[in-house]
Design a protein around this ligand. Structure first.
Ligand SMILES: Nc1ncnc2c1ncn2[C@@H]1O[C@H](COP(=O)(O)OP(=O)(O)OP(=O)(O)O)[C@@H](O)[C@H]1O
Ligand SMILES: [Mg+2]
Length: 286
């Protein structure tokens, strides 16, 4: 089942006589700031330390917006691999994950590889993002890929595709309630679990600065102290909420040009982003 990987510029490959169109990598400027430990854990899981060794399939777990997708992407870039993100949903079908038949202009069938299969063929990294939104049926098709066999079987295209030895996978999962239970045989194939927690104040400020480099220092301090108070109460507000609050407040402050007090606009941005409940975490000192 050995396949020669296509060159970076080739957009199709023939496997067992079947031509398959490949996808393109995702290109973002995601940088990982702070929390070195989780980055090291992820990179170690992907390492291959002997000719008889294989990489692990780590799972990043944490609240929405805590940085799971960003970490997986930044780690893949750190080891210079192309990254292919597959966004999982409740409607993801097994063939969407693997190879989909598409009717072409001449009425014939064309086979198109998913982000996952493209990463397997090219030897890149696949991020199965928000994977616990997927049903058990879709997970089942991944069982051989996630153990020592490292292949998938596409029923639709009638093919087995082996993963390139350079292929790595990382699965991200939210711990919110609107998701499926993952079957035990899949849980045991998605190890280790790496837990992401809220960053410290100083790191949170650096993350805000990285995302919004034009932001005024006072807005940044205000938002960070709001977030830290919310984290201390184990509230689900994350850096993504902080970025949205700060971005909106900065726009309002800029558009009103001194006609309203910045603090009031920040307060308003918090309410408009997170609702009245968030007022509990605004301190009088701000
Ligand atoms: N350590 C970090 N370094 C850089 N950016 C970060 C970090 N943590 C969070 N962010 C920023 O916070 C935002 C949310 O991060 P991300 O989308 O990775 O979270 P997530 O955990 O994948 O969320 P979801 O569960 O909703 O998919 C992004 O804008 C990201 O840039
Ligand atoms: Mg994400």
């Amino acid at each position: 089942m050995n396949q020669t990987p296509p060159s970076e510029h080739e957009s199709r490959i023939t496997i067992q006589g079947v031509e398959i169109a490949l996808g393109f990598p995702d290109e973002f400027k995601f940088e990982w700031i702070g929390q070195r430990d989780v980055m090291d854990q992820l990179l170690a899981a992907w390492l291959v330390i002997d000719k008889n060794d294989i990489p692990l399939n780590p799972r990043l777990v944490g609240k929405p917006g805590v940085g799971k997708t960003t970490l997986a992407y930044a780690a893949a870039k750190q080891i210079n691999k192309p990254v292919y993100i597959f966004q999982c949903t409740m409607d993801t079908r097994p063939e969407d994950l693997l190879i989909t038949p598409v009717v072409d202009k001449s009425g014939g069938i064309r086979y198109v590889a998913s982000a996952l299969v493209t990463a397997m063929i090219r030897g890149g990294v696949c991020i199965l993002d928000e994977a616990n939104r997927m049903s058990e049926k879709s997970w089942a098709s991944l069982a051989p890929l996630l153990d020592t066999r490292r292949y998938i079987e596409s029923i639709v295209a009638g093919l087995k595709v082996s993963a390139n030895p350079e292929f790595r996978i990382c699965v991200t999962m939210n711990d919110d309630a609107s998701t499926f239970e993952i079957p035990e045989y899949i849980h045991s194939r998605l190890q280790p679990q790496i837990f992401l927690d809220f960053p410290e104040a100083e790191e949170e400020k650096r993350i805000l600065r990285e995302n919004l480099p034009f932001l005024d220092e006072n807005i940044m301090d205000y938002v960070v102290s709001f977030l830290q108070r919310a984290h201390a109460s184990n509230e689900n507000y994350t850096i993504r909420d902080g970025i949205n609050i700060a971005r909106y407040a900065a726009k309002r402050i800029s558009s009103l040009k001194g006609k309203a007090e910045a603090k009031n606009l920040l307060r308003q941005a918090i309410i408009m982003t997170l609702g009245d409940e968030a007022l509990a975490y605004i301190s009088d000192e701000n």
